[in-house]
Design a protein around this ligand. Structure first.
Ligand code: ZN
Length: 330
């Protein structure tokens, strides 16, 4: 399988993990960008970051099983303005990035997104059925530690996020090249005196950040995985190599269905129509006074939507307005 997520648990311990490896999904995202004549392909450091973000977002969605879109976003203050990955509950993935300046081949992460200490990373949980007026939940962290030292790895930024906003010990290894992107996540489970997935009743004394010795041991093993191994070995080999001395149980070995990540865009003509409705009739007509169509292309998949004067008039005549389209379609 070229796109897979493997969940696993450490029997009797408050620690679980996920391993994701993606080939088709990632190459599809890259090739759509490459074939967009307006943008061309991403510079190498942007491909590396976006690939790691894609793996991380699938890990986070698999971990939390959120009934809605999980959106991982980086807002840079350097040549990379924004990078976005969105993962639906069925692990449909789309990703895009906007580059506004020169990105050299060997540029550090901090030079790309945190030059002036203004970069941010956010994770948004956008529920599938939002009540009117309900806002999506969003957590935001800076791209540097408390001393103001910029992180040079996405995994450090996300571990920092998890500690700060979820109070959870998390270890991540992420990697991406031009063919594969992959990630390994280990998390201490936030439970005390409850069943863990192994089914044993346990009292965990060390249910606080940095306190659990089992977690620390597994975290050290996890961090020893190289990016090259992560991208090139099978999931079985990776798990065996890292944790052969631990009691590991693959989740889903009971026959439960595992979802596979896959590329898919949620853009549609109806959503673009709703965006035009949100502009208002005057703005829409002013665009049409200068050109034949209102033309919107999707940053995620490259699809192109055209609304001519007749289509646009139809939009504003409609007695049944579309709900406003959510966030990230720019
Ligand atoms: Zn699209």
């Amino acid at each position: 399988m070229t796109n897979s997520v493997s969940p696993f648990i450490f029997e009797g311990l408050p620690v679980r993990g996920f391993l994701v490896q993606m080939k088709d999904t990632w190459t599809e995202i890259l090739s759509r960008r490459r074939s967009n004549p307006e943008t061309g392909e991403y510079p190498k450091p942007v491909r590396a970051l976006l690939g790691e973000m894609t793996a991380a977002a699938v890990l986070l969605q698999s971990n939390i099983k959120f009934d809605g879109a999980l959106i991982l976003q980086i807002w840079g203050d350097g040549p990379l303005k924004v990078a976005v990955v969105e993962v639906q509950p069925d692990l449909r993935v789309r990703a895009t990035a906007k580059v506004i300046g020169e990105v050299s081949e060997d540029m550090l992460l901090s030079q790309m997104i945190n030059q002036h200490h203004g970069g941010r990373c956010s994770i948004t949980y956008d529920p599938q059925s939002r009540r009117p007026g309900q806002q999506p939940y969003q957590g935001v962290v800076p791209l540097e530690n408390d001393d103001g030292t910029s992180y040079e790895r996405l995994s450090d930024i996300l571990e920092h996020y998890m500690r700060r906003s979820e109070q959870l010990d998390t270890t991540m290894v992420l990697g991406a090249d031009d063919v594969n992107c992959a990630g390994l996540l280990i998390q201490r489970m936030p439970i005390k005196g409850q069943d863990n997935l192994g089914g044993e009743q346990m009292e965990f004394e060390a249910d606080a950040l940095d306190q659990n010795e089992d977690y620390k041991r597994i975290s050290i093993l996890t961090a020893s995985l190289s990016t090259h191994e992560l991208l090139n070995l099978s999931s079985d080999k990776i798990l065996h190599r890292l944790y052969w001395e631990e009691k590991l149980a693959l989740h889903g070995s009971d026959g439960s269905q595992q979802l596979s990540p896959h590329f898919g865009c949620t853009c549609s003509r109806a959503r673009v129509g709703a965006m035009i409705q949100n502009l208002g009739i005057e703005e829409a007509q002013s665009i049409l006074s200068e050109r034949e169509d209102i033309e919107v292309s999707c940053d995620f998949c490259g699809a192109n939507y055209k609304f001519d004067a007749v289509d646009t008039a139809q939009l504003f005549k409609s007695s049944d307005p579309q709900p406003p389209s959510p966030n990230v379609l720019q």
